[in-house]
Ligand binder design. Structure first.
Ligand code: GLY
Length: 362
């Protein structure tokens, strides 16, 4: 199995493997590490996926494996959702060198990762993402978290996995809307850092939407490289990792103001990227062609460009809870030309108002 990308941090290197059929290799990859014999596989109870059992079955060749299911949905990312996983680890007498393997979408990865980060002050973690969103984003970079009732991902830890294993074949059975939202993060990586990836996305819409495995693999590798490179320079998000939040200022506010129900994360980010592009245009950073390119590629992947039923006041209130604020000031990730992110704290109310209007928020 060839390494597709690598996240380098003070904790060491985290390889990312992306290859069709690679799920079967998880036992061999884990055995290459100096780990204990006990493994807790955490899967998603809300998705009827064969992958959890297949990963657990493969691992049983060399490890003592138990399976725990989490979910359903975002509500699982809570203390109540974490407790049964801690109970299982205690019952299994899991030790520091033992391993949690997360098999699922972003919710499972964040929750299982958080449990692995704090149980015994940190045990081994392997991420096996099975959704496009988790493959493109959540599983890479070592962010783990649960939610607080007042905000998403407010309680968490940085905890890099031993490795990330992505098998593009598992995407074949993903439900359509959940599959579609993942494109927002892949497109984001193209827009902020990789014009060749952006062009590939623009030129291969049909193949990618019909989940052609070769095109998916190529895209996932390029996308993972963008994320891994950015995180490697700034694990703790003191600088350039903030670029990965392109579109998230308005995106998170849309999710929060709509109660995390009407819009999936990727859908909200799609709208947020349009807002960010319009703001960049009003500051003279992007031209109309670049803004149109945002809209064209996002709509080609059937992502929304506008939202319904949200007011400017609701969005502005939700934006004040943004984790990226510094000293009470909103930091915006904007593009000063495509693939050239900048952080700006000097965005005026008029620009924000105009951008929100553009995405249907008055
Ligand atoms: N999802 C953004 C990051 O990992 O930093």
């Amino acid at each position: 199995l060839k390494q597709a990308a690598e996240v380098r941090t003070a904790a060491g290197a985290c390889p990312i493997y992306i290859e069709p059929g690679s799920l079967a290799q998880v036992e061999r990859l884990l055995s290459e590490h100096d780990v204990g014999r006990t493994v807790l596989v955490v899967g998603d109870s809300s998705v009827a996926e064969p992958w959890v059992e297949s990963v657990a079955g493969t691992l049983r060749r060399s490890f003592e494996v138990e399976v725990a299911l989490a979910g359903p949905g975002e509500a699982a990312k809570s203390w109540a959702g974490a407790e049964p996983l801690f109970d299982r680890l205690v019952e299994m007498r899991a030790e520091r060198r033992d391993t949690v393997v997360a098999v699922g979408g972003g919710v499972v990865g964040d929750l299982a990762g958080f449990v692995a980060a704090i149980y015994l002050r940190g045990i081994n973690l392997v991420q096996v993402p099975t959704s496009l969103l988790a493959m493109a984003d959540a599983a890479i970079g070592g962010k783990t978290a649960i939610n607080h009732p007042r905000g998403k991902n407010l309680i968490g830890a940085f905890h890099q996995p031993l490795f990330v294993l992505e098998d593009p074949e598992v995407l074949a059975t993903m439900p359509e809307r959940a599959f579609r939202e993942g494109w927002a993060e892949v497109i984001k990586h193209g827009l902020i850092a990789d014009l060749a990836l952006l062009a590939f996305l623009e030129d291969h819409v049909a193949e990618l939407q019909t989940r052609d495995v070769e095109s998916l693999t190529r895209t996932l590798i390029a996308s993972a490289r963008v994320k891994a490179e950015i995180v490697s320079g700034d694990e703790r998000e003191e600088g350039r990792r903030m670029w990965l939040n392109y579109g998230h200022t308005v995106g998170h506010a849309v999710e929060a103001a709509s109660g995390y129900e009407a819009y999936l994360h990727g859908e909200a980010d799609s709208v947020g990227m349009i807002a960010a592009a319009v703001i960049a245009e009003s500051l003279g950073l992007l031209d109309g062609v670049a803004v149109r390119r945002h809209a064209d590629v996002l709509s080609a992947y059937q992502l929304p460009l506008t939202v319904d039923g949200l007011t400017k006041n609701e969005i502005c209130e939700a934006m004040t809870h943004d984790k990226k604020r510094r000293d009470g000031r909103q930091n915006w990730v904007l593009l000063d030309g495509l693939a050239n992110p900048v952080i700006r704290a000097d965005v005026g109310d008029d620009s924000i108002k105009r951008a929100l209007l553009e995405v249907g928020i008055a």
